[in-house]
Each structure stands twice: as structure tokens, then as C-alpha cells.
Write a protein that binds this ligand. Sequence first.
Ligand SMILES: *[C@@H]1O[C@H](CO)[C@@H](O)[C@H](O)[C@H]1NC(C)=O
Ligand SMILES: *[C@@H]1O[C@H](CO)[C@@H](O)[C@H](O)[C@H]1NC(C)=O
Ligand SMILES: *[C@@H]1O[C@H](CO)[C@@H](O)[C@H](O)[C@H]1NC(C)=O
Ligand SMILES: *[C@@H]1O[C@H](CO)[C@@H](O)[C@H](O)[C@H]1NC(C)=O
Length: 645
Amino acid sequence: MIDIFLWYVVWLSTFGAAAGAAAAVTHEFYYKVQYVLANPDGVHEKEVISFNGTWPLPTIEVNKGDRVKLHLINGLEDSTTSLHFHGLFMKGVGYMDGPVGVTQCPISPGGSMLYDFKVEQSGTYWYHSHSGSQYSDGFRGLFIIHDEEQEAKYTFDKQLSWSVSDWYHLPSAELVKKQLTRYNPTGAEPIPQNLLFNDSRNVTIGIDYDTTYLIRIANIGIMVSQFFSIPGYEFEIVEVDGVYTEQKKAKLAYLTVGQRMSILLKTKSKSDAKSNVIIVTSMDRSMLDTVPVDLELNSINYLVYDESIPMPELPSWIDDQDSFEPINDLDLVPSSHTPLLAEPDHRISLLLHMENLGDGVNYAFLNNYTYVAPKVPTLLTALSAPDSLINDARIYGSNTNSFVLKKDETVEIVINNEDDNKHPMHLHGHQFQIIARSKDFEEPVHYDPDKQDSFAEFPIMRDTVYVEGNGYLVIRFVADNPGVWFFHCHLDFHLEQGLAVTLVEAPDYLDKYIPDDHLQTCERSNMPTKGNAAGNDQDFLNLHGEYVQPAPLPAGFTPKGYVALFTCTAAALYGIWSIYVFGMNDISVTEAGKIDNEKRVMQKYIEILERLKMKSVESRSAEPSAEIEKMLKQVIALNDKLSQL
Ligand SMILES: *[C@@H]1O[C@H](CO)[C@@H](O)[C@H](O)[C@H]1NC(C)=O
Ligand SMILES: *[C@@H]1O[C@H](CO)[C@@H](O)[C@H](O)[C@H]1NC(C)=O
Ligand SMILES: *[C@@H]1O[C@H](CO)[C@@H](O)[C@H](O)[C@H]1NC(C)=O
Ligand SMILES: *[C@@H]1O[C@H](CO)[C@@H](O)[C@H](O)[C@H]1NC(C)=O
């Protein structure tokens, strides 16, 4: 890594430093994404996405006011790509935001795109691919923006930055296949194999006595939230998601995927430090559908004063997550003291639920729509629409779940979560105030403004926040950033299941400009660059041919019944047999066709079960054979029911 990035460091230290830290610098990068083999958890080697053959990806550090020009070259032969700088507002340059289908077309193999923007915020950010769930293949890194004025407000001696993430041995494409199949009718998320710390495990970091560190921590994983602690030490939170906070003491913090924080950690004096230090990060077990016996929930890494003093014992409480009481981010106060936004001009109420559609796959819905990317990226629809229709949500398509916001209005988004999973929601283009968040419930509880006593005077702001299972979340922001902004669950499997809406913000104030390489990127992907969501640029209200969600389950099936009938067999078979290779894509939309599909799936089940039964008979193991016999009976009964429909 040193070699490859040395030219850049040299360039910076020669010109950047000479010009003085305050002078704005342009950082220009040419990065070609390509696969390399890596084994960050020491257990399994896999293909990861590198920059110019080097992985982990670099931590990009710039100063507030600098300009970044990153030329991304797609050297992946089998996959499209894109790049998103998570948390940046991209004010005036919304086309640099990166999500495929929202602000740009996918960059096809051999193509390239320039991400060019001025850095106007500061704090801890990160960058990642925003093309499917590709960033789980390692296409993500830290993006740190220094701010002399801000950093001068704290007393610290040294800075460190750490990433934490979950890690999967399967490539992203396989993970999504496992998630989005009729053989996973409950939508159970794949379980990660390990936790990484700075893209490695068992990391040892040398520290000094009597020193205060400013430490930036980002969860760059795709699925699980992590608890963070340094047993025996208290730290002070000073920033979350690029929002500086009043210093707040904490022993345990919680980071969903996409969230970041900065802490101040004061180390002990030589006489007080009886041992070295451990950093414990733990997967939030409540987000895992099952906990495999060999899964290590805790990741332990080390801060070492001196090799000759002992390593500390692992505290026993780390295995008792029920006793965890992480600091509540709603108790943080932004140091800007930005007051609570007034009653909203525009309230968007989103009902979140998960359900199976006619292809048997479990999808996520917001107000009954599961996100399906349009034929034309939504930003390009906004840029090509006639003025008379630009504020009409219909032109952006039914399955993009688009909401049009007026310039400078105060927007409130309420999410009522009818799913029992936690969802880390991320809004592009803004930091929002978190007005209310409920605890989790057994049965869904909706937000009721009349039952709310009061809101914080200076609510904390973030760009990523979780909503609890069966609970609610309320956020507010001012629509002062014209653009097209994605609002989605950052738990990538849920995004693949369609958990997203599109905010078309003040489209009538958009600069009608798009860089040429955006248009070329669309051409290379054979995607239109103008028109409504269906690609119609003659009649923007004619959405004929737009991409929509699959049809519902056949009549006679209720989604709950469907899941109940499938779950026992599918769950039992899942993992025993890689049945998803039998997945069927020719989903029919006619009622008779749908029933026919179900019958064919049942036949597959029967076939697989009979093969399994034969195997277990051969190996003379009586017990699995009885299990399989039971499942066979159930499937045959289901098949009979289908024949009667
Ligand atoms: C990365 O590769 C690209 C394209 O091959 C090249 O232009 C660029 O100089 C390389 N960048 C670095 C940092 O080595
Ligand atoms: C963590 O990884 C980043 C990026 O590779 C690197 O810059 C940093 O020095 C690492 N930190 C530690 C403490 O190893
Ligand atoms: C992890 O690192 C610590 C400290 O460097 C060392 O004592 C320990 O043996 C390592 N454990 C493994 C499993 O590598
Ligand atoms: C979703 O669909 C259900 C059933 O068709 C309907 O009762 C409900 O009102 C819809 N919800 C929203 C928010 O549109």
C-alpha cells in the first residue's frame, strides 16, 4: 500500500503543506477497481475489490475546503459499479452522489467516471460502492475531513481512525442470491462469518501513556450493528456522523452500519497502567436470525503501552448482551445548538413491512411499494422533465417511491416499522434531526404525535439512524439542498429487498447540467438519459413499460400462510442443500401461471427431499430420515392444496 500511495503523499507534503494547512488543495486520484485475493480474517481467502490491486482501500484524508477529484475506472470484468461518499451533501453537485438508478447509471466494465466535488463539511465519513450490495466485497474505505478550527476546540495529542465491519466469505452476488429466493421465505439475512477491525483481526496498536487520542470509528459493514467499548476506560463522544457534539462521557457505544463517531480517549500514566488495553466490539446478537455455534460475537483488539506488562483479562460481561446499556445517541447535544425545527410543512408517513410477492421472495415495503430502480435514473428524469410536470411525483415512477419536496420546506419523515427487525436508515444529501424514536415492541406501535410529551430543545443530528423492531422513528430536516436523494435502509440485504424511497427535492431549482461522462456512462449501459421512469420523453405521464414489483401471491395464499407453509421445509433444507440453484426466474403473472409455478417449486422440494431421504437411508441414520419423512408429508399436503386451487 505504501508504494502505491506514496506519490500522492509526496505530492501533498511538497505542495499541500508548503501552501499552508489552511489553503485549499485539490486531491486528484485515479483509481481502477479490480479484484484481488485477500484474507482479512485469516480464515478464508476471497476476491475483494481493490484500488489498483491494493486492498484494504486507503483512508482518504483531506481538509475542509479542499477539492476531491476521484477518477473511478471500472476494471471489474463481470460487474458494474459506482461510488458514493456517505454523509456528504454534494450541494450543487448532486450528480456526484453515486447511487445507481437514483443519480447515475451503472459504470459498466471498462468505463470510468469522475467524482469531483468541494469538501464543505468536516468530521468522519466514508466512501463505498453504491451498486447493489457490492461494497461487501471490500469496496469501502474511510474519508476523513479535518477542520483545524473544530479540532482546536478539543484537547488531544494524537489522532487515530478505525473501521469496524462484518465480513462474509461469500461474494456479494451469492449473498444476495441467498437472500432473495423463494427458498428463504422469511427473508432471513445471511449471517456474517467474522467481525473485522481495520480490515483485519486481532490488531495491536501501540499507544503512549498519559496521552489523549482523538479516535474516529466507522462501521463500514453491511449488516450488523456493533457495540463498542474499551473495558476499564471511559471515553468522551465528540462527533457523530460529521455532527460535533457537546462532550459526552460513555463506556459503551452503539454503531449501526453506516454510522460513525469520534471519541476522546485519555490513556493512563505509567504508574497507573497495570495492564495493556483491549477494545471490544460485539455484533448486536438481536439482529441475527440464528447464532451459529462457531460464530464469535466479540472482536478483541489491543492497545499496547508496553509488551512487557500483562494483557488484561476479558471481562465476563461482554458475553451478556442483555445487560448492555449503550449510550443513547438521542441524549447527545449538537455543539452547534441548532434548535428543534418547527412543525413541519410536509409530513411523510412511511409504513414499513416485509411480505412475500408472487415470486415467493420476501420483499420490504414502504407504503406498500418495494423499491425498483427506474429505467432512467431519477435525477435525469428531473433534469429532462417539462417544467409543468417536474413537481409531479408520478413521472418518477410508482416503484421508486418518489416524494417531491418544495424548496426550503421543513420535512418530517415518520417511519412506523411493522417488521420486528431493526433498520439503520440513511438519508443522502442531509443531516436530519432525530425527533423521536421508540423502543422495540412485540407488536407494532405507531407514532402518535398527541402522545408525545416534548422534543429535545437541540435534537441530535445524524445521517444514519436506526428504527427499532415494531417501533417508530421521526426525523426532520429543511429541504435546502435541491437534488435527488435516496433514503434507505443501510442494511444492504434490506436495500436489495427494496427498503428505499426517493426524495426529489426542489427539482425546479436544479441546475440543468449533467457532466458528459454521466451521459456516456448511460450510453455504455444502454440506458436512456431522459424521459420519465419508463424512459418515455414524449409523454411524461405515460408510464407504460416502467419497471414494477412482482405481482402478489396467487389468490388462495395469504402471505402469512404462505410463509408458514414454506418455512418449516425451506428453513430445514436451507444450508443442507444449496437449493437456490434450482431457483425459477420465469415467474408468470397470470393466476393459473402462478399456481403452476408453485406446483413446480413443490415438485422440486419433493425431489430434493426424496434424494435426501435416500441418502439418509443409505447412511442408516434413522433420525434425519424421520425428519425428512415429516417434511415430505407437509410438502405433499401443500401440493394437494395447490391442485385444488
Ligand atoms: C491506478 O491505475 C490507473 C489506471 O491504470 C493509473 O492511471 C493510475 O495512475 C494508478 N494510480 C495509482 C495511485 O497508482
Ligand atoms: C487502520 O487502517 C487505516 C487504513 O488502512 C490506516 O490508515 C490506519 O493507520 C490503520 N490504523 C491502525 C491503528 O492500524
Ligand atoms: C492476538 O494478539 C495478542 C496481542 O498482540 C496476542 O497476545 C494473541 O496471541 C493474538 N491472538 C491470536 C489468536 O492471534
Ligand atoms: C397498503 O395496502 C393495504 C392492503 O391493500 C391497505 O389497507 C393500506 O391502506 C395500504 N397502506 C398504505 C400506506 O398505502
